[in-house]
Design a protein around this ligand. Structure first.
Ligand code: SAH
Length: 353
């Protein structure tokens, strides 16, 4: 089996090449060819000796996922369904913000967390994504952006999957993303979103890397949280918020608390006040990001009225909690997490039947 170079952070590639008698700088050169010049043909890498080019072709490859379908929204959102080597499919979304181009990266094929409102969970996790496959998601979006001389500037690991259930691969991927000779994305422009695996949050907090953290909270108390997120049975809110406070003591910056607004369930005045007091009680430095729910046909939940979302945000602000309302992207395409993949799987199922 050839090793896919897209899966190796600079440190690991350097180690690999040095063990083959190359200089320490060889990996940097290769990084520049593949990520900066986007040259994927070993033979074209003219500053590498002929002998090592032959060795590269023999033992390594530069494989990227194939674009299986592409949906373009009127607002500039692009949603790709990528096909991986084993035929598995994952979604990647480009979200053009005013401040830059963010990619929402999937970290697993399917997801096991089973959140009641989420389309991804309709299909169980098949496997973890490799670092090369996650790099491939960003490369696929970069290829589209290259047409207009742009590149990806922000990465959110917020697509399908639970990143802390695939910790090491996600970190290798983000090292490649953050590497100046690699995808060259600043640590502050990288965010990992977790459904709340406390051991993962602790590990992330102790790590030397300086990426951002987002937590999908979605509820002000355990009762509501358990109803919509099975993970809440393992980790109560008090434990979660304490883990966030501890993360911040270890040097972590402001965390984003994601909060999907579900009509009549977690969007009431009482829920708002309970949320504000929990954040204050645990002394978490947080930005609450209220997310308009993207309704999923197979699920019973409904999105909150726009006025209610505004009211909730204002009421949090009045209690001294920073709150924003997430901009919606691609509402005219299958934008909700996992929707495109579910639709495709169903089609495949129909064909198989
Ligand atoms: N497992 C991680 C990352 C993937 S989910 C996590 O839970 O954070 C990314 C975000 O999208 C989460 O906040 C998730 O709750 C939210 N989400 C899932 N389905 C959604 C939907 N239909 N509409 C809006 N947000 C959704």
């Amino acid at each position: 089996m050839k090793i896919n170079l897209f899966g190796l952070p600079l440190s690991k590639m350097t180690e690999e090449f040095v063990s083959r008698g190359q200089t320490k700088f060889r990996a940097k050169q290769i990084f520049q060819w593949i990520y900066q010049k986007r040259v994927l043909d070993f033979e074209a890498m003219t500053d590498v000796s002929k002998a090592f080019r032959a060795e590269l072709s023999r033992d390594f490859c530069l494989d990227l996922p194939k674009v299986f379908t592409r949906q373009d929204s009127e607002d500039g959102t692009v949603k790709l369904l990528l096909e991986l080597e084993d035929g598995a499919k994952v979604e990647t979304v480009l979200m053009p913000y005013s401040y830059g181009n963010a990619v929402c990266v999937s970290s697993q094929v399917g997801c096991n967390m089973g959140c009641a409102f989420c389309a991804s969970g309709l299909l169980k996790r098949d496997r973890n994504l490799t670092p090369a496959e996650m790099v491939g998601e960003v490369m696929a979006i970069n290829a589209i952006l290259a047409e207009t001389n742009q590149t990806v500037t922000h990465i959110d690991v917020m697509g399908t999957g639970e990143p802390f259930d695939n910790f090491d691969n996600v970190m290798d991927f983000l090292d490649i993303a953050n590497e100046p000779f690699g995808l060259a994305i600043g640590a502050r422009h990288i965010t990992v979103s977790t459904c709340g695996l406390v051991p993962g949050i602790k590990k992330y907090g102790l790590d030397k890397r300086q990426f951002n953290l987002a937590l999908s909270l979605h509820a002000p108390n355990d009762e509501i949280r358990r109803e919509i997120m099975p993970v809440a049975r393992a980790y109560p809110i008090d434990e979660l918020l304490d883990a966030l406070a501890e993360y911040q003591e270890n040097g972590g910056r402001r965390v984003t608390l994601e909060y999907i607004m579900l009509r009549g369930l977690n969007d009431t005045k009482e829920a708002c006040d309970e949320l504000a007091s929990a954040i204050k009680r645990h002394k978490v430095f947080a930005l609450v990001n209220l997310i308009p729910y993207n309704e999923v046909k197979e699920k019973p939940y409904r999105r909150s009225d726009r006025d209610q979302v505004r009211f909730f945000a204002d009421r949090l602000q009045k209690q001294g909690i920073n709150a924003t309302i997430r901009k919606e992207f691609g509402s005219d395409i299958d934008a909700a997490c996992g929707q495109l993949r579910v639709k495709m799987k169903k089609k495949e199922g129909e064909q198989d039947a």
